[in-house]
Design a protein around this ligand. Structure first.
Ligand SMILES: [Fe+2]
Length: 391
């Protein structure tokens, strides 16, 4: 057995109704919080924002609310809210919503703690690895989708407002102190969002299983996350009010988040995030567009692992060699995506032929660790070819 280590630093309060435990969970974090949530008013309309503000009030925490988070949050928004957190003397930051809201909260928390721009910690910034900086303000997430797994990772994905790069800011202090994962809050997620976020869970599990940094711990949880997603996403998609399916997807999401935080994701995320930076396409859809081409292009790098992926996606192993099963992983993924109308092309997301070299280059420039995590050794020409096969 190869030696390895793993991290589980966030306290996760999981289960239907668990949001009611927020007052106890935030005990000791301070008397004033900045809460960020979506601009579209969805959290207010669903009553979730009011509920969370009431719970903070119950805990004697005053709260500055900003409903300004957009899908794919941008650095200028982060910097503005970090200034607000400092001016208002907030001692912690709450992200209410899905990945964009949680990532915004994380980025604000580290920029505010260091009185600087988040751009300093992004590629091309003064300190891209955030070395020697103050720890972020404590971060609390109340997650309302089963998607990014950001509730248990040290990653915040932010777009550089100037050049559209969409890298992740990574720092050990970006693990939330507490994350509330309450599937009851996910019952009203619209069908299309359920699919796109659920597919993101699938890719976190699949990619971390296909990472060169996979270990016994990440393999164990990635396979379970993938199994749960295959068994439950279709039900959650067809009947959003099915609490059992929502709960299983929430658990799959948390497991897949831990898996990617410990083993990393690979070039599907590396290239996909660059597509998102250019087109504003929803994150899960960029993965769906690239995934089958990636598996088809790389399956020979580890027949055993790709064969396992094909099996977890529902391909019967009987009568097939390991190499044949591995080759079928791409078709198995395509079939699964089709159930959610997500057997889609990169061109349908707005990627044009002329953008391919730029996106391939940016994937290595801004997300090299993800590109290098792939089991297959990839260069820019490979990334461009995977994109071409996805068009
Ligand atoms: Fe993702």
């Amino acid at each position: 057995m190869e030696p390895f280590d793993f991290r589980l630093p966030t306290r996760v309060v999981f289960g239907s109704g668990s949001v009611a435990r927020l007052p106890e969970a935030i005990s000791g974090l301070g008397r004033k919080a900045l809460l960020v949530t979506y601009r579209d008013g969805s959290m207010r309309t669903a009553g979730t924002l009011g509920k969370v503000v009431d719970l903070l009030d119950e805990a004697h925490v005053s709260v500055v609310v900003d409903e300004g988070v957009e899908p794919n949050p941008r650095s200028d928004y982060i910097d503005r809210l970090a200034r607000t957190a400092r001016k208002e003397d907030c001692s912690f930051v709450v992200g209410l919503g899905g990945g964009s809201a949680m990532d915004a909260a994380k980025a604000i928390a580290i920029a505010a703690a260091n009185d600087t721009s988040i751009l300093d910690y992004m590629p091309g910034g003064k300190n891209p690895f955030a070395e020697g900086v103050n720890d972020a303000l404590p971060i609390v997430t109340v997650t309302t989708t089963a998607g990014t797994g950001s509730e248990v990772t040290r990653i915040a994905v932010i777009i550089d407002s100037k050049n559209h790069y969409k890298p992740g800011v990574v720092h050990k202090s970006l693990y939330p102190t507490v994350s509330i994962v309450d599937p009851h809050l996910m019952l009203s997620v619209p069908k299309e969002v359920t699919a796109a976020t659920g597919i993101d869970v699938l890719f976190h599990a699949l990619e971390s299983y296909l990472s060169r940094y996979a270990n016994l711990f990440s393999d164990f949880i990635a396979q379970e996350a993938l199994r749960l997603t295959v068994a439950n996403l279709e039900t959650a998609f067809r009947d959003g009010s099915d609490l059992e399916a929502r709960t299983n997807m929430a658990w799959a999401c948390t497991l897949a988040g831990l898996s990617l935080d410990n083993a990393n994701v690979v070039a599907i995320h590396g290239i996909g995030q660059c597509i998102g930076g250019h087109t504003d396409a929803p994150h899960g859809k960029t993965m769906a567009a690239l995934g089958p081409a990636y598996l088809g292009y790389t399956y020979k790098s580890s027949p055993a692992r790709y064969a396992r992926i094909a099996q977890l996606l529902g391909t019967p192993a009987e009568g097939l060699t390991e190499a044949e099963l591995a080759e079928r992983s791409s078709a198995a993924l395509r079939e699964f995506l089709a159930k959610f109308d997500l057997d889609i092309s990169a061109s349908s997301l707005g990627v044009t032929e002329s953008m391919i070299p730029t996106i391939a280059k940016e994937a290595f420039l801004t997300l090299q660790p993800l590109m290098d995590s792939s089991l297959a050794c990839l260069d820019e020409a490979d990334a461009a070819q995977i994109l071409r096969l996805s068009m």
